[in-house]
Design a binder for this molecule. Structure first.
Ligand SMILES: [Zn+2]
Length: 211
């Protein structure tokens, strides 16, 4: 069975390579998910991924060890891009910190979750954006058009309620988001908020701003 995966970041939506249906993919969906409400989406866009996840997880669980490193009370907010590995890139270990991911790693779209994370002790925040981010390649209209092409005009209207906080200047977007968090009343007083840019070509992380 093929283990090919399709990256699901916005960049690929722009290039129209995300949604081609695999006609017989339904037969490859694991039995235990046949009646799941999201099954239709899995068939159309995820192909053999669910089965490969189950197979990989069997091996993972066989040698699983719970994290033993002390918590750093630290939260990384970063992009969903498959090229980002927050633990490895920032010298962190599994279990040491929390990681919030969304398209671009934007703070406004992560805010409710950041507030929850702080409640659980993940207090200090690192905003990490990256070069060649999908959010630098898209506009709200492009996303809207892609939804309309895939799901129709009525569905496209629902996109208007969202702000994707797209950006062109990566260091500028980091600074914007750090400043945004610093002025949020619900962010705990005394929170250290740092901003970083990860370079997907070199692997380097560069500090941009410390609140
Ligand atoms: Zn990105």
């Amino acid at each position: 069975m093929s283990t090919t995966t399709r990256p699901s970041c916005l960049f690929f939506i722009v290039n129209n390579s995300l949604v081609d249906a695999d006609a017989d993919a339904g037969s490859k969906v694991p039995q235990r998910k046949q009646n799941h409400p999201s099954n239709r989406i899995e068939r159309s866009s995820m192909s053999t991924v669910p089965q490969s996840i189950l197979q990989a997880n069997e091996k993972y669980a066989a040698s699983f060890a719970k994290p033993t490193v002390p918590r750093k009370n630290f939260l990384v907010v970063t992009c969903l891009d498959p090229r980002i590995q927050p633990y490895e890139q920032m010298g962190l270990q599994f279990g040491e910190c929390g990681v919030l991911r969304n398209a671009g790693g934007t703070a406004p779209n992560a805010l409710p979750n950041i507030i929850v994370a702080q409640n659980f002790g993940l207090r200090d925040i690192a905003i990490v954006h990256h070069t060649d981010c999908g959010l630098t390649h898209i506009t709200h209209q492009l996303i809207r058009d892609a939804v309309q092409e895939a799901n129709g005009a009525e569905a496209a209207k629902t996109v208007d309620q969202f702000d994707f906080h797209e950006f062109k200047d990566v260091p500028g977007s980091v600074k914007r988001d750090v400043e945004y968090l610093a002025r949020q009343p619900a962010i705990r007083k005394g929170t250290q908020i740092t901003g970083w840019v990860y370079d997907v070509e070199t692997g380097n992380v560069e500090d941009v701003v410390v609140s």
